[in-house]
Structure formats: structure tokens, C-alpha cells
Write a protein that binds this ligand. Sequence first.
Ligand SMILES: Cc1cc2nc3c(=O)[nH]c(=O)nc-3n(C[C@H](O)[C@H](O)[C@H](O)COP(=O)(O)O)c2cc1C
Length: 407
Amino acid sequence: MNTQPNVFTDVFSEAKLGPVTLRNRIIKAATFEASTPNALVTQDLINYHRLPAAGGVGMTTVAYCAVAPGGRTDGWQIWMRPEAVPGLTKLTETIHAEGAAISAQIGHAGPVANSRTNKAPALAPVRFFNPLSMRFAKKATIDDIRDVTEAHANAARLAIDSGFDAVEVHLGHNYLASSFLSPLINRRTDEFGGSLENRAKVARGVVRAVRDAVDKHGDRKIAVIAKLNMSDGVRGGIPIDESLQTAKWLEEDGGLDAIELTAGSSLVNPMYLFRGGAPVKEFAANFKPPISWGIRMSGNKFFREYPYHEAYLMRDAEKFRAELTMPIILLGGITNRETMDRAMAAGFEFVAMGRALLAEPDLLNRIQAEESKGSVKSLCTHCNMCMPTIYSHTHCVVTGAPDTLVK
Ligand SMILES: Cc1cc2nc3c(=O)[nH]c(=O)nc-3n(C[C@H](O)[C@H](O)[C@H](O)COP(=O)(O)O)c2cc1C
């Protein structure tokens, strides 16, 4: 009989993420804060991230730092420009004072961008209608692709100047790079369409440009992560075998210190990314007619519900774990110690948590201090009512956090 205990990495142990050391292996996943009305840092945004930092995360992630004004999902989001640096610096200093690291999610929303509120055209592989903005995204030209790639490098340099420890390049959710990867959306016939090799050029190009910028800009080295879809959960969208190939190329390119695996599409299948309840009525309430009518009428199709279970992306992520050597950040339905331990035992180097930490920013301190392992349970009910609050002020409707906690 094997009497060896099952030894695996302690999720609360220190870990290297590229050049950066995190105090533990738990990352607060990007959950758009809706705290930047002038596209600049506010005290509210600082509080939003200070809470999970004080609550024990290894690193928090600022969502969403667009690389260009037209790359935002809404016009009040931060886009990376010199004017944003003083506020971002105050933010990173506050988080460091709590002992945590901080990452900036950088990206271009592509067809998900709201050209109406951005007052700038959205870009997509082909001309594409966005039903939420009721506008068409324009087909990206070769020059547009070059500009967006350079804008990612510029955003990474500004993140370094602002004191961030990492940048997370958004390659998921059918945002720009992901929409190029999608056979469903990318119907181009030039060198950026057709074969997977061609469709992956934007994703690989922006990661290479970010890596190059990070290696050459100043003395302070930061980590580079990417958030990549394993699958869109849509017929004809990015399938898992293609995504695995893209991840292998990204690994070979050597630009990444870790990869975070996600799924779903903000354009056609958002609930695939969350699982659990689909808050159609609450979502529609944020829009005026006729968009709100459209959401109510087609809501059950657009917000197709998927049953929630802990670590719901783990089975797919294990396929990536088996074939990649680079560190992987497991995401999706991680809310308690048992699931974190399971992730560590399966060989994932880090875990990322979104909703559970939104609901209870101090959850990790309590889990770390628990006397009997597994006694602390998350209050997140995965009702997903936090999702529509991104249109006003992101919070958990169950606990009221972070508003109930901010002094
Ligand atoms: C309110 C809210 C806002 C989100 N905003 C973003 C975002 O800006 N960028 C992103 O990549 N993911 C975003 N997400 C997705 C999360 O990062 C994460 O992938 C998802 O919530 C699943 O993880 P969880 O089960 O730990 O919540 C958001 C999630 C929520 C609930």
C-alpha cells in the first residue's frame, strides 16, 4: 500500500512569476471596475484593488486598460496614455504597500468595443455589427493592425512607468486578437485570415511586441501574461485543439511568463465564461430601447445558461497542462481551499479568482487562517448579478462589497 502523503505545492507559498516574486499563488482576476468615469484612476478604483490586496491576494489585476481609445468596451474605461500615469502610479503604490503585486490587463476590445461611447471606430477582422452599441466595427486594415500592435507595446511601457509588476495581454472573449483567432468571425482572405497560422498572427504579434517593449524599457523588469480562450463555446468559433496549437506557438515564441486560460465570447456566448445564473432582465435594464427590448427578446438565446460547478474550466485546462511547460493560471469557479489544492495537485502554478473575491475581498486571509481546512466557504452564489453592475459601479449584489467595506 502506498503510504506516501500526497505532497503538492502550497497555494499560499511564494512563487516566481517571470522576474517577479508573488507572496502566494493566488491572483485576483480582472473584473471591470466601472470606477473610472473620466478614463482616469479614481480613489474608488484604488479602494477596489486595495481591498483584495489587504485581503491576501498575491496579485490583483486592473481591468481593463485599453491600448487605444477605440479599444474600450465603453468610453469611460481607462486607455493607456501619459495622462493616466500619475493616477496609475498612486494605485500601484497603494497595492504594494499592502504587500501585493499588481497587473494591468491590456488589450483592444475589437468587435466588442463600443464605438458609440468611445467616439472612435471599433475594429474587427471583417466589418461586424455590434448589437450593444448598434454600430458596425470597421474591417481592420494592415496599418490598423500595425498601429494596434504598437499600441500594446506602448501600453506595456506605460505600465512599467506606472509601477505595475505585470501586464496581462487580453487574447480572449472575442476581443480583437481573439476575434482574429475565431474562424466564425475572421472571414478575411489576406495573410491574417484562413489558416490558423494566419489567424494567430495578431495574437502572436502583440505578445511579441509587448515582450520586446518590456525587455528594452528601463531597468525594472515585469512579467508578461496572456489571457487566452481555450474555446469560445460557439459552433464555428475557436475550438480547443486550435487554441492549444496557438498556446504552443505562444510558448515557442518565448514572450510569456504564464498563460491564463479562459473561455466564452462577450459577443455571442458570454455565460460560457461564467456559468451559473443569467441575469437577462438586470442586464437589459442598463440599456435604452430598442437595445433593451432586443436583449429581453433574445436574452435567453444570447445569455444561454450553463450549470456552474467548482473549477469548471479545469478539465479543458488540464489538456493544456499536459502539453505546455510554461506556468498556467487556472481560472473559473475557484472559491475555496479544496479547489485551490486540487489545482495545485494537477500541476497548475497559479489560480485566479474573480467573483469570489469581488464578493469577499478578505476571503483569502480567512482561508489562510482557517483552523480546519475547508471550513471557510465563499458567499458567492454565482448568480452573476455582479455582471450588469459593470454599467454603473461593479459590486456583488449579495454582500454589497466592495462598497460596504470601503472607508
Ligand atoms: C463583473 C465582472 C467583470 C469582468 N470583467 C472582466 C474584464 O474586464 N476582463 C476580463 O478578461 N474578464 C473579466 N471578467 C471575467 C473574470 O476575469 C473571470 O474570467 C470570470 O469571472 C470567471 O472567474 P470566476 O469564476 O473566478 O469569477 C469579469 C467578470 C465579472 C464577474
